[in-house]
Ligand binder design. Structure first.
Ligand code: SF4
Length: 621
């Protein structure tokens, strides 16, 4: 018997996701549920956008970038008696941000409370029996505030939560510390949530419900709770295009001065092939990464389907900025995907995350399709450290992709992890040495290592010189003891070599700041001019090497020198170069390469060589 009273579900995303794009989680879930239950009203409330507008976009965006800046606001609303500690945490973190230094914490809290309470009152006017809340990093206290206030005023509303915050095996403890939650969905939500809805529509008592795979229930509903496996969609191609209707309706309701052109999120895959690889001879995935706990295996969409969705979403929402939400964009099928996107003949602005092994041919295809910004998994410029990180890439690969991004005009906004536990003085020395070769390219951003729950480092702390792991002390500010003691939060802290690492990496931090200053001082002209660029004269090559606060150097390479330099545009092994140039003696070759490395025109790693100059001639795709 269908339950005629069950008419509506509301999905909610609370602050603090990036405000300028709708929630991919809400969009995909809504579209899937709508397809499965055409007669049900399914609302998707991107409430974070309303919050961003209320507290001003630049302030919201700066807060949203960091957990310890974001969580204290709703932390203070959730536990008013802890308001001062929360304000203290925010102030401590905000000192480093010019835009946040003078933000009035109390005034922002007041604004957030006013709009959140009005939003909750509005939700409670609606007949929804089930409210689903997507919770990722930074959305914990805001979501808990929403849940607490809904349950206080309408206890029979069923609350189901899910999202990357609850990946891994620690989710069910949550019911003990936050009893207002009825269901927790582990992994992706489409199938488990649909099964839950189906049951609720059948109007049977919750206590008798056969718990769908992938769903945990509170003890009061299902006392015999057991660890549940994942329930995933088999093929991502079966998913309908995400539905972002409410986000755009909300945006269009704002005054003209408050509207903007958002970025639409698109998924090409779920999971990460590097983390899901079945090669038993090595650890899976990067040592610091816990991004893939909410999925089992690795799934990719059909290339043409991806291009169709890009076309559909940009047409439907009349925007040209698209962000691929994948942990890493798949290499397999990428040629077809980006060729199909290029055929759309739209002036797109695309963003994606890539591994450093992404080949030039595909980068060119991406650029032709409109790729303007990428985050590459560079993470380190030391071979020893890359091994400890289990990145599966080399410094020379990192250097090469940085070079191609520079040439193709793709902004490479990548990170360099510092203070990774177990790093040695040799790793740091090597990093400093290699930065000298990377300085013609867009600078990396130094990011301090943080310990993610259930990341490989967290799972094997001893292997990284870590003696003890525990919740990050900032959770003491956000939550009372009874909660902290019973739950392992996603950001962990540890005892190990933290002080030593801080000292060790101080010169790298400083060098990166200098790199940023130098790079920007060399790019002040109206026209982009590479820091090391070459012009090819057919039989000779002229390389111009610009230097900060120093005279520009010019080098001419003639005949075989030119040919070798061009051959090393892609990194090549010494043996391969020797085979290519059999008439050049090993001694001559060695001395030429050594000289080019000394001039920092070629980078060398373990007898592999890469030319650093990029063609002055722009890429014609
Ligand atoms: S950091 Fe990126 S490449 Fe490494 S395991 Fe995580 S998602 Fe995969």
């Amino acid at each position: 018997m269908p339950n005629n009273a069950f008419k509506e579900i509301i999905l909610v995303s609370m602050p603090w996701p990036l405000f300028d794009r709708p929630s991919i989680q809400l969009g995909t879930l809504k579209a899937y549920l709508k397809k499965s239950f055409p007669h049900l009203n399914i609302g998707a409330e991107h409430f974070f956008l309303k919050a961003a507008m209320a507290i001003q976009y630049p302030i919201y965006q700066a807060i949203a970038k960091q957990t310890w800046l974001a969580e204290p606001f709703y932390g203070a609303l959730l536990y008013p008696d802890r308001r001062h500690q929360n304000e203290g945490l925010f102030r401590k973190e905000a000192r480093k941000h010019s835009i946040l230094k003078n933000v009035d914490f109390t005034a922002v809290c007041r604004k957030l409370k006013t709009i959140s309470d009005a939003f909750i009152a509005d939700l409670l006017q609606r007949p929804a029996q089930l409210i689903g809340i997507s919770i990722s990093l930074c959305q914990l206290t805001s979501s808990l505030y929403l849940i607490r206030n809904i349950k206080k005023r309408r206890p029979d509303t069923i609350i189901a939560i899910g999202g990357s915050f609850f990946s891994g095996d620690t989710g069910p403890n949550f019911f003990h510390i936050f009893p207002e939650i009825d269901f927790l969905i582990k992994g992706e939500g489409e199938r488990p949530l649909s099964q839950l809805v189906e049951y609720l529509m059948a109007e049977k008592p919750l206590q008798n419900m056969p718990l769908p795979v992938g769903v945990y229930a509170h003890d009061r509903l299902q006392p015999q709770r057991k660890v549940s496996p994942f329930l995933q969609v088999k093929s991502l191609d079966a998913l309908p295009a995400p539905d972002f209707e409410e986000y755009f309706q909300l945006l269009n309701s704002f005054a003209p001065t408050k509207t903007f052109f958002p970025t639409v999120p698109v998924e090409a895959s779920r999971g990460c092939w590097w983390s899901a690889a079945k090669d038993k001879s090595r650890r899976n995935g990067c040592a610091f990464c816990n991004l893939n706990l909410q999925w089992q295996g690795y799934r990719i969409k059909d290339p043409l389907k991806i291009a169709q969705q890009v076309d559909h979403l940009t047409t439907r929402y009349q925007t040209l900025s698209v962000a691929f939400m994948d942990n890493i964009v798949p290499i397999k099928g990428a040629g077809k995907v980006f060729a199909a996107i290029a055929r759309l003949k739209k002036d797109l602005h695309l963003f994606a995350e890539l591994r450093a092994s992404f080949p030039l041919k595909l980068l060119k295809a991406m650029r032709a399709a409109g790729m303007r910004e990428v985050q590459v998994g560079i993470e380190a410029l030391s071979s020893g450290l890359l091994q400890k990180l289990n990145k599966g890439t080399t410094v020379i690969q990192n250097m090469e992709i940085m070079k191609w991004c520079e040439w193709l005009g793709i902004a490479n906004i990548s990170n360099l992890i510092i203070q990774f536990p177990g790093s040695t003085p040799k790793d740091v020395e090597e990093t400093l040495h290699n930065i000298e070769f990377a300085q013609p390219f867009r600078p990396l951003k130094s990011v301090r290592f943080w310990l993610g729950l259930e990341s490989p480092v967290w799972c094997q702390p001893k292997a990284f010189g870590i003696h003890a792991v525990f919740n990050h002390p900032n959770y003491k500010v956000l939550f009372p003891t009874r909660i902290r003691r019973h739950y392992q939060f996603s950001i962990q802290a540890y005892r190990g070599d933290i002080g030593r690492q801080r000292k060790l990496w101080a010169p790298v931090r400083k060098r990166i700041q200098q790199w940023q200053t130098d790079y920007h001082s060399l790019h002040t002209g109206v026209r982009f001019e590479p820091i090391i660029g070459y012009r090819d004269g057919g039989r000779f090559l002229i390389i111009r090497q610009r230097r900060p606060q120093a005279k520009t150097l010019t080098h001419r390479l003639v005949g075989p020198s030119r040919a070798i330099y061009l051959f090393c545009e892609k990194h090549r092994s010494l043996a391969r170069i020797q085979r290519q140039f059999p008439n050049i003696s090993a001694a001559e070759l060695h001395s030429f390469l050594k000289m080019m490395v000394a001039k920092r025109l070629i980078f060398e790693e373990n007898d592999q060589f890469l030319s650093l100059a990029i063609p002055v001639r722009p890429n014609s795709h």
